[in-house]
Design a protein around this ligand. Structure first.
Ligand code: FES
Length: 188
């Protein structure tokens, strides 16, 4: 007895093949566009990670005149003066060594080539070409409203750029933006 044959699916036509190729390419480009949007929409650095924001309670800030407070994760030192708060980048402006706070001398000293800086990061001596760099500091009240922030710009043409940020009485939190820096003013 002859065996019954089962008909398979009809072969794909050229038109169907081109349609599937077109659909696949559309999905790929849509996925790429979505990925690009997400890439730009979300912060590259998380909070508390160098490059991102470091939130610090005002109650935890060093008092005025205290030695610089080290924040290793943020690669910064917090300094509070009568004028306000500054967050100094821990990298020397000469060739990128990590300088130290020397309590006996009351200044920062770089072990690599001997540059020295005031507690506020101003250049004293050595081969460093500029003052120490500062991160942007912002202060916020209990409702999350921005109160004060570091003035950005070029301190060589605007002496207010990077100057200490006032911490108002109603501020409860500061945030140091380690992804935003004001370069120190050049030394003449
Ligand atoms: S890297 Fe600091 S003085 Fe050269």
């Amino acid at each position: 007895m002859a065996q019954a044959t089962v008909a398979g699916p009809p072969p794909m036509t050229r038109r169907e093949f081109l349609f599937y190729i077109w659909g696949a390419s559309m999905l790929l480009s849509l996925g790429g566009a979505t990925g690009a949007i997400l890439w730009f929409a979300y912060p590259r650095f998380r909070e508390g990670e160098f490059g991102g924001d470091f939130p610090i309670a005002v109650a935890d800030l060093p008092p005025v005149g205290a030695p610089p407070e080290d924040n290793p994760a943020g690669r910064l030192r917090l300094v509070r003066t009568d004028e306000g708060l500054i967050a100094i980048y821990k990298v020397c402006t000469h060739l990128g060594c990590l300088y130290s706070w020397v309590p006996a001398n009351g200044r920062f000293e770089c072990p690599c080539h001997g540059s020295k800086f005031e507690v506020t990061g101003e250049y004293i001596e050595g081969p460093a070409p500029r003052n120490l760099d500062r991160f942007i500091v912002r202060t916020f009240d209990a409702n999350g409203n921005l109160l004060t922030e570091t003035i950005t710009g070029d301190p060589n043409s605007d002496p207010a750029a990077g100057s200490p940020v006032e911490v108002p009485d109603d501020a409860v939190e500061i945030r140091v933006a380690t992804g935003q820096r004001v370069d120190g003013a050049s030394v003449s």
